[in-house]
Design a protein around this ligand. Structure first.
Ligand code: ZN
Length: 294
């Protein structure tokens, strides 16, 4: 039996989480949603508005929409700068608390980078030291889970190709509170040829072989403006970029992706753009088998 795959988009929630977020759900037809809970390009940690939080949580529940928080893009647990690591941990703590308040399932953060060649050997130990206590505390308190997202590669990335997730998970002893967010544009940029026939399926096979069958918790479905292996992270509307629609059909048919929520982070978040992305993805879901229906 195929599981339902919730598909939705990253919502811009300027003006209020519920006030802007819930109309976005209805406009775009999202059955899954992702939001920022602080400025994605800054370190300031917004307190949140309890009324908006509650309204957003209940609005998502009414619509059976699964929500995720994306942490600030500045988060880098592998940074050679101690203050950056300290702020990254504080940002993830804050995001976990905010995610709990808005009924979100998890917090996505980027795998990070050692930045300097000289820091590469130290960076994974640093991830372990920063992340393990955070995962333990989140698990003990029953907070939402953390999801690591491999990057587009280049610049001493700690995880870009799916195989890089092996050492990353090993660094935190394959902690049960850490899952994976697979971003198609990042994987393509990091050199996985998703547009070749069978390329997406082979990449997801490699992902599953590395992280296990139950560790893929979220997909970011983004097409790309660049060529495979470019290490550039410029998202394009689904099906309109260099990855192309066939790869997304392969993704949605793959066993590892069954029932895993899919979020688009494509350029148009005014409703119209994401509606088209979401509708296209939905049309690419393989037909359910009718056997046993009557
Ligand atoms: Zn992403």
């Amino acid at each position: 039996m195929l599981l339902e795959t919730p598909i939705g988009g990253h919502a811009t929630v300027a003006g209020g989480l519920a006030k802007a977020g819930l109309p976005y759900l209805d406009r775009s037809g999202s059955a899954a949603v992702q939001v920022y809970v602080s400025n994605p390009r800054g370190w300031a940690l917004a307190a949140g508005d309890p009324l908006q939080d509650e309204a957003f949580a209940s609005g998502c529940a009414e619509r059976r929409t699964v929500a995720y928080v994306h942490a600030s893009l500045l988060v880098n647990l592998g940074s050679p700068t101690p203050l950056t690591v300290e702020r990254s941990v504080a940002t993830l703590e804050h995001a976990l608390g905010r995610a709990a308040a808005i009924g979100a399932r998890g917090v996505v953060f980027h795998a990070g980078s050692a930045v300097d060649a000289g820091h590469a050997s130290r960076a994974m130990d640093q991830v372990r030291d920063a992340l393990l206590p955070l995962l333990d505390r989140a698990a003990a308190a029953g907070l939402p889970k953390l999801l690591v997202e491999p990057s587009a590669g280049g610049g001493r990335s700690l995880a870009a190709r799916v195989e890089d997730l092996g050492p990353y998970l090993a660094a935190v002893e394959r902690h049960p509170w850490l899952g994976v967010c697979f971003d198609t544009c990042h994987a393509w940029a990091a050199g996985h040829d998703l547009s070749a026939p069978g390329g997406m399926a082979a990449t997801l096979d490699a992902l599953t072989a590395t992280v296990g069958a139950d560790r893929l918790w979220l997909v970011h479905a983004n097409d790309s403006k660049d060529t495979v292996g470019s290490t550039r992270d410029r998202h394009e509307s689904v099906g309109r970029g260099t990855i192309g629609p066939a790869a997304f059909a392969e993704l949605l048919a793959h066993p590892a992706a069954q029932g895993v929520p899919v979020i688009v982070e494509t350029p148009n978040d005014d409703g119209a753009g994401h509606s088209a992305d979401i509708a296209l993805l939905r049309s690419l879901i393989p037909e359910r088998s009718s056997s046993g229906r009557r």
